[in-house]
Every structure is written in structure tokens, then in C-alpha cells.
Design a protein around this ligand. Structure first.
Ligand code: C2E
Ligand code: MG
Ligand code: MG
Length: 657
């Protein structure tokens, strides 16, 4: 549409310009009509010449006339003769040779007379008249030619004016048409503009509406972004924002920053036992309780799962601990959910610092304190202390060193025999890991196994010990068994059974010579993986013992799911056997149970003959402890080589690895 309009306006502009040009052209042609210059001048000249001839003729016959009368007419002629050279007539004469010659002749005649008329007699003039008469006819032709030329000019100007008029009319019509189209288009355009205006107006209305909706949505989104949908408490994002703000306030007021982290104890069990709905309900009830406590200056957050937090910038350490205790007491009150009474406790980690202003460090310190509280047990409150950080650093160093130790093969196996309680014959050797630390010397597993389990390094470590132990046992002359400890972390790995089988295959150790010692905690899990793995291995001939029996949470149903080969009675009972009747009774119970389940019993940690006698009396099948041998980097040579002879090599065997 705009292009059409632009085209029309351009056409109008051109047409108007052309009309101006036409008007100018018409003016030019009209001017030509008013110029009868050539014919008029020629007429004047020719009639003047004829008149002069007649005056000269009269002078020759009329004695009364003086030469002055003739001179007057000659002068008139002379003045008119300039017409022959100038203007339109001059141009006309110049364009024709014959006319030009005629003009020269006339000029010569007039010049001759001008020079001689006073000296000439009447007879001489009469004779000269004949010369003059000779150009009469050509002069009258000149006059008629000039007239013809002017008439032609007028005619052509007329026809040109006619054409111009036609063009003018056509263009005027075109202008009218274009104006009409322009009018229509402008009307149409106006209508469109009006329509567009209305549309824009309605769009603006809609936009305003959307803007308002968006604003509402934004407010909601902002709220959602900073709040936990379940409890409506401020969330982790808000916590970090406000932690930075709390630090700024504390910095201004030269006060301390307090970060408290709460973590519910055994919340997972609530979820697992009563379902996630009950878990959610419990979290909501806890939040409501916390909100109902008046905590004016503090801000409460749910960081996720069963973690809550409180921030403050004006608490002393004592106040913080008191507040944490109040919150714990409040949370610890029983809850009724779906007609069930649920009890829950919480651990708290607190950091209260006047100097530390880094938010991530404050959080980390509170988290370390919480970790320590959790390690101590349910419902504990711990305040961050530097030693916790040192411990963390130690753990990190240990992790790093352990990774290196694996590469450098610093882990070695020590062997401790398990003997028949009655005959004292070696039944098997238990492989016990040791770390030959380049700086700290020989380290016992208690100092690094828990960390290896946390980092997952136990998988690689366990694999390497299993491999070393199997390789060693495979070349013993007497085929006693080899017992290898297995961590719960290893057992929960899908790959474990495959690893055991490939090691057996690789080392050539028959499956029935391998005994795996698993702890009760390996089996006290939701997953069926450990049980399935052990059942699979046992079906292939591998023996399974429950280690440290009596210290964990073995459920009898779990025990019955896997027919274990042996139960190892924990050394804590063995040590107390002579002093505490309870211990004796427990061992009696365990041996009795093992017999009825068709399992053998092993007592570990036997240090005295007295302990051994008690255990024998209770029917304990196997015995292990310092009484027989401490864990050593070698095994008895009669086992290794089959017999004792003078020629055989020394008893001590270099530690593996
Ligand atoms: P455990 O399997 O119950 O091993 C028995 C522990 O009791 C060993 O400690 C052993 O040296 C110690 N012991 C044996 N007889 C006596 C005794 O008469 N008196 C006293 N007081 N202690 C005795 P160790 O070697 O320090 O091992 C500690 C624990 O580390 C083991 O307990 C086992 O759970 C774990 N462990 C050892 N080696 C490995 C391994 O290769 N893999 C895994 N996952 N755990 C291992
Ligand atoms: Mg063991
Ligand atoms: Mg044990």
C-alpha cells in the first residue's frame, strides 16, 4: 500500500512538473503568435520602398518639388534598411542566398542615392528609377515570403499549442484520476490506520494485562525461588543470600555471626517405615513448631531434606547453644501422624565467630560441627572448634596419602592363624591389612579403613588384599583356608562377586579354600545385593563367616536367609568371659544358636589359656588370638612348605608387596 501511495505521489509530482513545463512551452508558442516580426518588417520596408519610388517619380515630373522632399523619404528608407540586417527579417534574409543578394542590391541602390541624389538631375533620377524598378518584383516576393514564413510559424505554433493543450488536458485528467486514487487510497489507508490504532489499543490493553499477570507470576516465582514448597520456610538460596547479609550486619556492628545447622536423626527410617507422606507431614509439623517459637532476630531456613538452619548476627556462643537446646527440646516432643506417635531428635552444628567473615567457611565450620555431633550420636549439639578443622585436614591428607599408597603398593598383608580349639591345628589364616607408611611406619587398619570406606577407595584396596592373599595361599603346601575381610562397601557393589571369581581363577585358588569375613552391618541394609552376592559365592564353594558377631544388629531373619558357614564371636565377649557372666552367657547363646543352625563358631581375641578353656567348655570350634600367634607378615613354614627339615629356608618370610 505504501509503495502504491509513494508511486502515485511521485506520479503527481512528475505530472505537476510536466504541467509547469507545458505552460512554459505554451507561453513560448503564444509569444511566437504575437511576433509578426518578419512579415511586418518586410511589409514596412517594401511599402516604404514603393512609396520612395513614387516620390522619386513625382519629383522627376513635378518642378515644384524640391530635392529636400525626396531626401526626407530617402532618409526614411535608409533608416528602414537596417531591418534587412537585424531581427527576425535579418535572420530570414540571411538564411536565403537570393534574398541576401536582393538585400545587398537594395542597400547599394539606397547608398548610391544617398551619396548622389543632390547632384543628380531629374532626368538622371528618372533613368535611375528603372534600376530601382528592377527590384520591385523581388521585393514584393520578399514581402510575401516573409508573410508566408510568419504564417507558417503561426500555424506551427498553433498546432503545437493544440498538441500542448491535448497533453495538458490528458495530464490534467491523469492528475484528476491520480488525485482520486490518492484520495481513495488515503481513505483506505486512514481506515487501516484507524483499524491498526484500534488493534494497537487492544494490544496495549492485553499487554498491560499480561504485564500485570507477569508481575504476579514474577512475585510468585521469586517467592518460589526463595521458599521451600513443603514447609514454606526460606530455602537454601535465601539462606546463602541472607548469610552474606548477616555477615555485613555483623561487620557493621562489630558483632559475631552465628550459623546453626540442624539435621534430624534417623529421618530416613521415618520415611522408610511410615512412608514419604508421613515424612513430609513430619517436616511440616517441625517447621510449624519452629515458626511458633518466637525467634525474632533469627531467620529460619530449610536447606533441603531434613536439614534446617538458623542465622544470627547478635548471639554469643552461650546464647546460641541455649537457643539450639530450646529448638532441640521443641523438635524432640512427640508427633502424632496418621494416628501414630513418632519421636524424632536432631543434631546441631554451631559456628559462632567474631572474626570469620567468609560465608562458605562459616557454613563449612557449622557443617563440621554437625558432622562431629552426628558422629557422637542422636540429639547432640556441637560448637565448631579449630581441632575439627585439623581433623578434617588430617582426613584429607590421609585420603591423599592412601591414594598414593595404593599406587606405590604400600599396603601389605599380615597373617593370623585360626586354629582348631582342641587340636590346635591350623585351620586357616586370616589376612589382615597393614599400611607400611613411609613416614609413620606400620599402620593398623582401624586408622585408615573407615576413611577408605567413606571415599570408596576400599574397593580397590580390598581387591588388592584379596588378590595378594589368594595368590599367597595358592602356593602353600598344606591347603589350609585363607580368610579375607570384606567391607560392607565392597559387598554393596554389583561387581564384587565377579571380582572374587576372577581372582580365584587368576590365582588358581580353589573356591572352597577362600573364606570371606563379613560384618553384621553388611547385611543390615535395605538392599538385597549383599545377600544375593554372598549366596552366589557360597553356591560356588566360597565359605562365609559373620565377623564381630554380637556387636551389630543381626536380625535372625537375615541370618536364616543366608546359611553362613561360621560365626566369629567378637573379641569383646572373649575378653570378658572370665570376668563377666553376661559375656559367658552370650557366648553360650551364640554357640548354641550356631550349632542349631549347623554353623561353626570361631572365638577371636583369645589371649589366655583360661579364655581358651572356657570357650572349649562352651563347644567353640575354632580359636584365634595372641595366645596362638599375633598377625605376622609370614605364615608357619610347615604350612608353607609342608614339613620341617633342617635344609629348609628360614622361618621368616619377607612381607608380601
Ligand atoms: P577383625 O576382622 O575382627 O580382625 C581381628 C582383629 O583383632 C585384628 O585387628 C587382629 O589383629 C586383632 N586381634 C587378633 N587377636 C587378638 C588378640 O588376641 N587380642 C587383641 N587385642 N586383638 C587381637 P586388626 O588387624 O587391627 O584389624 C582390625 C579390623 O580391621 C579387622 O577386624 C577387620 O574388621 C579390619 N580389617 C583388617 N584387614 C582388612 C581388610 O583387608 N579388609 C577389610 N575390609 N577390613 C580389614
Ligand atoms: Mg576378621
Ligand atoms: Mg573380628
Amino acid at each position: 500500500m505504501n509503495r502504491i501511495l509513494a508511486g502515485i505521489i511521485f506520479a503527481l509530482f512528475i505530472s505537476t512538473g510536466y504541467i509547469s513545463f507545458l505552460v512554459h512551452e505554451r507561453q513560448q508558442e503564444l509569444q511566437k503568435l504575437t511576433h509578426y516580426a518578419s512579415s511586418w518588417s518586410a511589409g514596412q520596408l517594401v511599402s516604404g520602398y514603393y512609396r520612395f519610388e513614387s516620390w522619386l517619380g513625382l519629383y522627376t515630373i513635378d518642378e515644384t518639388m524640391t530635392v529636400d522632399d525626396v531626401r526626407l523619404h530617402l532618409d526614411i528608407m535608409l533608416s528602414q534598411s537596417d531591418l534587412l540586417k537585424e531581427g527576425d527579417l535579418g535572420q530570414f534574409i540571411h538564411s536565403n542566398k537570393a534574398l541576401n543578394d536582393l538585400a545587398v542590391k537594395l542597400e547599394n541602390i539606397l547608398n548610391y542615392l544617398d551619396a548622389n541624389i543632390e547632384k543628380m538631375t531629374r532626368a538622371e533620377i528618372q533613368g535611375y528609377l528603372k534600376v530601382m524598378y528592377s527590384i520591385d518584383a523581388p521585393l514584393s516576393r520578399l514581402s510575401s515570403d516573409a508573410l508566408n514564413k510568419d504564417i507558417n510559424l503561426i500555424n506551427s505554433a498553433n498546432s503545437k499549442i493544440q498538441i500542448l493543450y491535448s497533453i495538458y488536458s490528458a495530464i490534467s485528467v491523469l492528475l484528476i484520476i491520480l488525485s482520486a486514487i490518492l484520495g481513495v487510497l488515503i481513505f483506505y489507508q486512514n481506515r487501516n490506520i484507524l483499524k491498526a490504532h484500534l488493534q494497537v489499543k487492544s494490544l496495549a490493553g492485553e499487554l498491560q494485562e499480561s504485564k500485570e499477570k507477569l508481575q504476579i507470576q514474577n512475585t510468585k516465582l521469586e517467592y518460589d525461588a526463595y521458599h521451600d514448597p513443603l514447609t514454606e520456610l526460606s530455602n537454601r538460596l535465601f539462606f546463602w543470600d541472607n548469610l552474606n547479609r548477616t555477615i555485613e550486619i555483623a561487620e557493621r556492628n562489630k558483632s559475631s555471626v552465628t550459623v546453626m545447622l540442624f539435621d534430624l536423626d534417623r529421618f530416613k527410617e521415618v520415611n522408610d517405615t511410615y512412608g514419604h507422606d508421613a515424612g513430609d507431614m513430619l517436616l511440616r509439623l517441625i517447621s510449624q513448631r519452629l515458626l511458633s517459637m518466637s525467634l525474632p532476630a533469627e531467620l529460619l531456613y530449610r536447606l533441603g531434606g531434613d536439614e534446617f538452619a538458623i542465622l544470627s548476627s547478635d548471639l554469643t556462643e552461650n546464647h546460641a547453644v541455649t537457643l539450639a537446646q530450646r529448638i532441640c527440646d521443641c523438635i524432640n516432643q512427640p508427633y502424632t501422624i496418621y494416628s501414630t506417635i513418632i519421636n524424632i531428635t536432631t543434631c546441631v552444628g554451631i559456628v559462632n565467630s567474631e572474626t570469620e567473615r567468609r560465608s562458605d567457611y562459616l557454613y563449612k565450620f557449622a557443617d563440621l560441627a554437625l558432622y562431629e555431633a552426628k558422629n557422637e550420636g542422636k540429639g547432640k549439639i556441637k560448637v565448631f572448634r579449630q581441632r575439627m578443622l585439623d581433623k578434617l585436614q588430617e582426613r584429607r591428607t590421609l585420603e591423599h596419602d592412601m591414594a598414593l599408597a595404593l599406587v606405590n603398593k604400600e599396603f601389605v598383608v599380615y597373617y593370623q592363624p585360626i586354629v582348631d580349639s582342641y587340636s590346635r591345628e591350623v585351620y586357616s589364616y586370616e589376612a589382615l591389612i597393614r599400611w607400611v607408611h613411609p613416614l609413620k611406619g606400620l599402620l593398623s587398619p582401624d586408622s585408615f579403613i573407615p576413611v577408605a570406606e567413606k571415599t570408596g577407595m576400599i574397593n580397590e584396596m580390598g581387591k588388592s588384599i584379596l588378590e595378594m592373599a589368594c595368590r599367597e595361599a595358592a602356593c602353600w603346601a598344606v591347603p589350609v583356608k585363607i580368610s579375607v575381610n570384606v567391607s560392607p562397601v565392597q559387598l554393596s557393589s554389583k561387581a564384587f562377586a565377579g571380582i572374587v571369581l576372577s581372582i580365584l581363577k587368576e590365582t588358581g585358588l580353589p573356591a572352597d579354600r577362600l573364606e570371606l569375613e563379613v560384618t553384621e552391618s553388611s547385611l543390615f541394609t535395605e538392599s538385597n545385593m549383599p545377600m544375593n552376592t554372598l549366596n552366589k559365592l557360597r553356591a560356588l564353594g566360597v565359605k562365609i563367616s559373620i565377623d564381630d558377631f554380637g556387636t551389630g544388629y543381626s536380625s535372625l531373619s537375615r541370618l536364616s536367609q543366608l546359611a553362613f558357614d561360621k560365626i566369629k564371636i567378637d573379641k569383646s565377649f572373649v575378653h570378658s568371659i572370665a570376668k563377666k557372666e553376661d559375656a559367658l552367657n552370650i557366648i553360650k547363646l551364640i554357640t548354641g544358636m550356631a550349632k542349631s543352625l549347623n554353623m561353626k563358631t570361631v572365638a577371636e581375641g583369645i589371649e589366655t589359656q583360661e579364655q581358651l578353656e572356657h570357650l572349649k567348655a562352651l563347644g567353640c570350634d575354632f580359636a584365634q588370638g595372641y595366645l596362638f600367634s599375633k598377625p605376622q607378615p609370614f605364615i608357619a613354614r610347615e604350612i608353607k612348605y609342608g614339613s620341617i627339615s633342617k635344609d629348609e629356608p628360614a622361618l621368616l618370610q619377607a612381607p608380601p608387596g
